[in-house]
Design a binder for this molecule. Structure first.
Ligand SMILES: Nc1nc2c(ncn2[C@@H]2O[C@H](COP(=O)(O)OP(=O)(O)OP(=O)(O)O)[C@@H](O)[C@H]2O)c(=O)[nH]1
Ligand SMILES: [Mg+2]
Length: 255
């Protein structure tokens, strides 16, 4: 009963009908391919990407930008048309030359993070979005240290410590073992955004070196501006190559 209710919830809160398969491929479908042993046309494989990160990091903005870049029908996001905090999920499928990417954007508010685990078993890569303007001002050495107050705020005024604990919790879950991880230092268009190296050293390296880093995995940190679309194609390309490389570890869905 619980699973049925959860499925209905996913379906009801999803713009594409949740985890139920699409009735038809998207308008700009990749070309049909033909198997060497079977002359019937075959659709490219589908991989699922999970967008995670704290509330206000820019996940929904990123999904909108990806849709506008890859699915011509969607308009790009603008700062004059603000997003609302996601409660539940958004999902979009884009078609690339050799695969479909089904991208799940889930709410990052504290109370919603327990829902993330429901996606771990089916995702092929995790994209963790960090608000590069909300990580604090301190030196790299002090960023990400475990000397925070009860409300998880960083002593330097940002949310890097909350990011660290959240990322650790994602990576230490057994279902995310070996799954490629892309960390995006978002909002690079803003002057108060920290350099990507701070997020790399103060967050990602500390998580990987800690006890809850979740073992060895393919990973990268990239700067982006989800709002302006800068760096977004590079991010999608990284994900595309990594899910292919890891297809023996976690195979795609064949449509
Ligand atoms: N300047 C700037 N603002 C951005 C960028 N990306 C997102 N924002 C803004 O950040 C705010 C939060 O963006 P969302 O995409 O809603 O954040 P979210 O991660 O989906 O938040 P939740 O749904 O609560 O988890 C919005 O006001 C966006 O316009 C960016 O690259 N640059
Ligand atoms: Mg959102």
């Amino acid at each position: 009963m619980y699973h049925l209710a959860k499925s209905i919830y996913f379906w009801a809160t999803s713009k594409e009908g949740g985890s139920f398969p699409l009735p038809f491929p998207p308008i700009s479908s990749p070309p049909l391919t033909t198997s060497s042993t079977n002359s019937l046309p075959r659709l490219p494989p589908e991989y699922s990407i999970l967008l995670l990160g704290l509330d206000n990091a820019g996940k929904t903005t990123l999904l909108s930008t990806i849709k506008s870049l890859y699915n011509n029908s969607s308009p790009p996001p603008t700062s004059s048309k603000p997003t609302v905090p996601t409660v539940g999920q958004n999902v979009a499928t884009i078609s690339l030359d050799d695969m479909y990417l089904k991208i799940w954007d889930v709410g990052g508010q504290h109370a919603l993070r327990s829902m993330w685990t429901s996606y771990y078993d089916v995702c092929h890569a995790i994209v963790f979005v960090v608000d590069g303007c909300d990580v604090g001002e301190g030196e790299i050495d002090t960023l990400g240290r475990n000397d925070t107050t009860e409300n998880e705020g960083s002593p330097t005024g940002g949310r890097l410590e909350e990011c660290r604990k959240t990322l650790e919790s994602v990576l230490s879950h057994p279902s995310t073992a070996n799954i490629p991880l892309l960390v995006l230092a978002n909002k690079q268009d803003r002057e108060d955004c920290v350099e990507t190296v701070r997020i790399k050293e103060g967050l990602v390296r500390r998580v990987f070196e800690g006890e809850r880093g979740g073992g060895v995995r393919d990973s990268r940190v990239l700067p982006i501006s989800a709002l302006r679309g800068e760096g977004v194609r590079e991010a999608v390309e990284w994900v595309r190559s990594r899910v292919r490389w890891n297809r023996e570890g976690r195979g795609p869905v064949m449509r």
